[in-house]
Ligand binder design. Sequence first.
Ligand SMILES: Cc1cc2nc3c(=O)[nH]c(=O)nc-3n(C[C@H](O)[C@H](O)[C@H](O)COP(=O)(O)OP(=O)(O)OC[C@H]3O[C@@H](n4cnc5c(N)ncnc54)[C@H](O)[C@@H]3O)c2cc1C
Length: 76
Amino acid sequence: MAFQMNEKSVIEKDVVVVGSGGSGLTAAIVAASQGLDVLLVEKTGLFGGTTALSGGGIWVPCNSLARDAGLADDPE
Ligand SMILES: Cc1cc2nc3c(=O)[nH]c(=O)nc-3n(C[C@H](O)[C@H](O)[C@H](O)COP(=O)(O)OP(=O)(O)OC[C@H]3O[C@@H](n4cnc5c(N)ncnc54)[C@H](O)[C@@H]3O)c2cc1C
């Protein structure tokens, strides 16, 4: 829901997240899951940022889950 600020607007939140890409949404979800009151602001008319255009995968090299699944990786 769009919200129009004016000079009398005061919003109090525990956490303010700027940007609705993967990093911002992750931060917002984690904060909310910890019981914090979260406001997420997005400057465009669409959610998702660059993340919405991406392949949708998360590449975390050398992570323990991949290693446990038998997938070999190295820093190089
Ligand atoms: C075509 C393409 C394919 C890709 N494929 C992959 C892939 O397969 N795997 C991979 O790991 N990575 C991929 N990437 C890279 C990956 O998508 C990005 O690194 C990642 O999405 C960045 O996430 P982010 O949350 O940091 O930024 P973004 O997703 O860009 O989110 C930032 C958000 O902040 C908003 N914002 C900025 N300034 C303000 C402001 N002042 N106030 C309010 N809101 C603001 C923006 O509008 C945007 O919505 C790809 C990128 C592209 C373009």
